[in-house]
Design a protein around this ligand. Structure first.
Ligand code: FAD
Length: 470
């Protein structure tokens, strides 16, 4: 990928940065720049000119001000696990890494809120709030590495999205630094807040293009007291997909309702050796949670539905916590397991209304056949959010052409079914050229006008999420 460096940053600029932030946290050495030149997305790479790791809001302000004065682009970065090229510094400049801003300021039991810095690892935050009997539902499969800031910037979903919603549903407010260094405080600790436009909600999911988050105010809920998991194996993928709307139409709202197709199941088994029946066409993983009486009632409803489903070859409730944990660990490892098959893994995020799941699976199958590409599909079926994952080799020019055509076809199929380009991974760089298909020219123009208000010089995460008007 070509880097459109706006201008070389000068030695004086770097010197100035070292005075404003601690010199040992401003990097220009080649090895460090290399590490910040890629993220979780296959096929994208571009090096920044400087990497800065601030520890406090004042340091973020100082970097933003200097970059604003000098017209230097900034790419914010959490753990770099995003799957849309969101942290590739396509215009070089400065990467601000938030990995040193890791403080959990406080967890408020009575208010059921917490305040934390953006670099806190999601899993560490889960553990901290759960130790107090509280619960923070957003749980992307990358939670052991991803950061809260990255989750908020991508409006990340996760396995518990069906019942509990996505990250946006838990962001009450934040402190954020604008492109010119202004510190903005939006939202707050109240559950209700209708003073002014909902800037908190706008910044959530803004993919680093509008502001740099330095403190997050997050809503918590009571930790569920009980839970029960089920595994259901099918000899027909479409039948597994059809169980999803059937279950929900029947009045059960599982915390989690995940699907894996046969390729994914086989890769997971090769990777984790769990004894999964790899001749199955699909696996549904279902979990209900809540108070014990509620869990018991919902589990009975799930059992009643599963008993009646055609094409189920085997189903059972997880026999104990160990089996439950193994099943969920396997699901979280799906992408890693698939990525062992071929040199490159291109994961997509097309999402459709859940009643369209069987049709979307048909479309994925059609695309795989048409372009002769192995596609393993897994995802948050309860949300209609599938991850068709193309297993390929981007060193092969012919395969690159087929992958691009396949991706194009998958997006068109999802949109034709009333779906969206992205359920949770964001637009970033990878889906930028498709955005107008969903938003239309007027929608893309509106987003650009909003961007100009926040970032008139276009310095924050340039090249991402704002679409291309053909
Ligand atoms: C194995 C695997 C599984 C995954 N599973 C899921 C899943 O289940 N659900 C899901 O939604 N995603 C998933 N993802 C994608 C990814 O983990 C999420 O998008 C996550 O939210 C990214 O967090 P991060 O800290 O790595 O952010 P990064 O990748 O570093 O950054 C993501 C975006 O946030 C911006 N950003 C980061 N920090 C800040 C800040 N402080 N202020 C402003 N902008 C900022 C960046 O500029 C970028 O646009 C998965 C990824 C992998 C590799």
């Amino acid at each position: 990928m070509a880097v459109r460096t706006r201008q070389e940053v000068s030695a004086r600029f770097v010197q100035e940065l070292r005075q404003r932030v601690a010199p040992e946290r401003v990097y220009t050495d080649w090895a460090v720049l290399q590490s910040y030149g890629y993220d979780g997305t296959a096929g994208y790479r571009a090096l920044p000119q400087v990497v800065v790791l601030p520890e406090r809001t004042e340091e973020v302000v100082a970097v933003a001000r200097l970059c604003y004065e000098e017209g230097v682009p900034i790419t914010p970065r959490g753990a770099g696990t995003n799957l849309s090229g969101g942290t590739i510094p396509v215009e070089a400049g400065v990467v601000i890494g938030f990995s040193r801003m890791q403080r959990i300021h406080h967890i408020d039991l009575a208010n059921q809120t917490a305040q934390a810095e953006p670099g806190v690892i999601t899993d560490r935050f889960h553990q901290a709030v759960e130790a107090q009997g509280l619960f923070y539902p957003p749980d992307p499969s990358s939670q052991s590495v991803s950061t809260l800031g990255g989750n908020v910037a991508e409006n990340a979903g996760g396995l518990r999205g069906l019942k509990y919603g996505v990250t946006r549903d838990y962001v009450l407010g934040m402190e954020a630094v604008l492109a010119d260094g202004t510190v903005l405080s939006v939202g707050g600790e109240t559950l209700k807040n209708v003073a002014g436009y909902s800037v908190t909600q706008l910044l959530t999911g803004s993919e680093g293009t509008l502001a740099l988050f330095t403190r997050l105010v997050l809503r918590l809920v009571p930790k569920p007291a009980d839970r029960r998991s089920f595994l259901a194996f099918y000899n027909d993928l479409s039948a597994a997909a059809q169980t999803v709307p059937t279950l929900i139409a029947g009045g059960v709202l599982p915390a989690t309702l995940e699907i894996m197709d046969q390729i994914t199941l086989q890769c997971v088994e090769e990777y984790a050796h769990l004894g999964l029946p790899t001749d199955s066409a699909a696996l549904l993983l279902i979990e209900v949670d809540g108070q014990p009486a509620q869990v018991q009632a919902e589990a009975a409803q799930v059992e009643a539905v599963l008993q009646k489903q055609p094409h189920i070859t085997e189903w059972h409730a997880a026999r104990d916590e160990q089996e439950r944990d193994r099943a969920w660990a396997a699901r979280r490892a799906a992408l890693a397991a698939l990525s062992r098959r071929r040199p490159t893994t291109v994961i997509e995020d097309a999402t459709v209304p859940r009643r369209q799941l069987p049709e979307m699976f048909k479309q994925i199958h059609r695309v795989a056949q048409q372009y002769q590409l192995p596609i393993g599909t897994f995802g948050h079926a309860g949300d209609g959010n599938l991850h068709p994952t193309i297993l390929c080799d981007l060193r092969d020019a012919d395969e690159v052409r087929r992958v691009e055509a396949a991706v194009d076809a998958l997006f068109h199929a999802a949109l034709a079914l009333g779906g969206t380009l992205s359920g949770e991974h964001g637009i970033g760089l990878a889906k930028n050229r498709f955005l107008h298909l969903q938003l239309g020219e007027a929608g893309v123009q509106l987003q650009r006008r909003i961007k100009e208000v926040f970032d008139p010089k276009g310095l924050l995460n340039p090249g991402k999420a704002l679409g291309v008007i053909p």
